[in-house]
Design a protein around this ligand. Structure first.
Ligand SMILES: O=C(O)C1=C[C@@H](OP(=O)(O)O)[C@@H](O)[C@H](O)C1
Ligand SMILES: C=C(OP(=O)(O)O)C(=O)O
Length: 465
């Protein structure tokens, strides 16, 4: 559904805890208004991007790996299920110690098969990491692998990664650069050098690099086109590969080389998802008071770390120390002029904050998010506009200026970050009703529980796991 298609009686694709999508008519969620100043500690689950990279690398490794505190949300459960169907063992193991607050978070122990199994189908849901990363992995399977996903996934761009795989010696059938895609796995991939235009998604490059060490000649990827978005995610790919012993040369701009090599087993703890922390730390700015996120890393490749600078610029007091991140706001916030090209997934959160700010904002550099879960520029323009915000969509972003906001229906277009943007607005604006709040399960298993816990006036430690 495009943002221009209002759906008065919505039918939502939501997700069971096992990662399966199902269709249901779900009532809109009345976004709670903040009861006063916040005083909450929110323990967020692991990073989607890290969990799915570790899963892929562990599936291609020589030995058994252990993934501690992985994210268990729709995108990562789909990745785990897909790898299982390729013959990878992925089992829950209760960790030795206790997690924060006495809750145990099962680890994943990942056992790679001798050879990846072909002749299988993979459900990618709406997960960019699954639909882009797995064709490059499936090429190593013994037999054909068919990948498909949600209806919205069939319009997300795939062409450059498919064409690149063909150049590297893989046979692929596709639907004009989109899902469904069938990769004819032949047990090995010649590999070599390829030039691609990755201006629509950094995930095209990450996909080839993650699998490339297992290609006969490794892989050299050269990008030729407008600047690659979300570059920290490519650095994340490079660092996770190096953690697994792969040899990666990223010394030349727009060129990445992965040598052919074995991939070592991993034993890693997943950092909290900083982009998912966005709406929670934004809440301190909107409602006033303090929100703490324990475990915020001192050094990270996660793009969400840019939130520290963003919140500071918009008026929060932001402190990072060994206990984590502490964000304190007064309830007053100012606009921001920012290029989010490197951290495009933060756009819905920043746009929601901008709609509540007392001065104008300009978000630039994010044309490619028209190919995210939905056309996010159109969706944000429509939905923030629908609750009274002054939003102008530009060629590569949004201009948002102060306006009195009002309640109303906030449509989400199957996009988890549209849903959390609606929740941010609802903190201050009574009567915001968010469509299909369960779409947040794409990357957070229990957004509503966490959000309500954060708003509990008794002050709280809110556990996500
Ligand atoms: O590789 C990854 O884990 C991601 C890369 C980025 O994609 P784009 O480069 O398409 O923005 C980001 O927006 C997405 O949420 C996750
Ligand atoms: C763009 C996003 O997801 P995906 O990994 O599906 O591209 C996102 O989470 O904001």
């Amino acid at each position: 559904m495009s943002p221009a298609d209002p759906s008065p009686h919505p039918t939502s694709v939501t997700t069971d805890t096992d990662g399966a999508a199902h269709t249901s008519a779900q009532p809109d969620w009345a976004a709670p208004v903040a009861p006063g100043l916040l005083d909450a500690t929110v323990v967020l689950p692991g990073s989607k991007s890290l969990t799915n990279r570790y899963l892929v690398l562990a599936a291609l490794a020589t030995e058994r790996s252990r993934l501690r505190a992985p994210l268990r949300s729709r995108d990562t459960l789909l990745m785990a299920d897909a790898l299982r169907s390729l013959g990878v063992g992925i089992d829950d193991v209760v960790p030795e110690g206790e997690a924060v607050g006495g809750e145990t978070v099962p680890d994943w122990v990942i056992t790679p098969p001798e050879r990846l199994t072909g002749g299988v189908g993979i459900d990618c849901g709406l997960a960019g990491t699954v639909m882009r990363f797995l064709p490059a992995v499936a090429a190593l399977a013994d037999g054909p692998v068919r990948l498909d996903g949600d209806p919205q996934a069939r319009v997300r761009p795939m062409g450059p990664v498919i064409d690149a795989l063909r150049t590297l010696g893989v046979h692929v059938d596709d639907d004009e650069g989109h899902l469904p895609v069938t990769v004819d796995g032949r047990g090995h991939v010649p590999g070599g050098a390829v030039t691609m235009d990755a201006s629509a998604s950094s995930q095209f490059i990450s996909a080839l690099l993650l699998a490339g060490a297992r290609y006969d000649d490794g892989v050299t990827v050269h990008h030729d086109g407008k600047p690659v978005p979300s570059e920290p995610h490519i650095l994340m790919t490079v660092e996770t590969l190096r953690d697994a012993g792969a040899i990666v040369d990223d010394s030349e701009p727009n060129t990445w080389r992965v040598e052919p090599s074995e991939i070592n087993a991993l034993d890693v703890s997943v950092e909290p998802d900083l982009s998912n922390a966005g709406p929670f730390v934004a809440a301190a700015l909107v409602a006033g008071g303090t929100v703490r996120v324990p475990g915020w890393p001192q050094h990270t490749t996660q793009a969400g770390d840019l939130l520290r600078e963003i919140l500071d610029t918009m008026g929060a007091d932001v402190r990072l120390d060994r206990s984590g991140l502490t964000v304190t706001g007064s309830g007053e916030l100012v606009g921001i002029d920012i290029d989010l090209h490197d951290a495009a997934e933060l756009t819905p959160t920043v746009a929601a904050l901008a709609a509540l700010a007392s001065t104008p904002s300009w978000i630039r550099g994010v044309a490619h998010i028209r190919g995210h879960e939905t056309d996010r520029l159109a969706a944000l323009t429509a939905e923030l506009g629908g609750v009274g915000a002054h939003v102008v969509e530009t060629a590569d972003g949004l201009r948002i200026s102060p306006a009195p906001l009002r309640g109303g229906r906030f449509r989400t277009y199957h996009d988890h970050r549209m849903a959390t943007a609606g929740a941010i607005i609802g903190l201050r604006v009574p009567g915001v009703h968010v469509e299909d709040i369960d779409t947040t399960r794409k990357t957070l298993p229990d957004f509503v529980g966490l959000w309500q816990g954060m708003l509990d006036p008794s002050g709280s430690v809110v556990l996500a796991r």
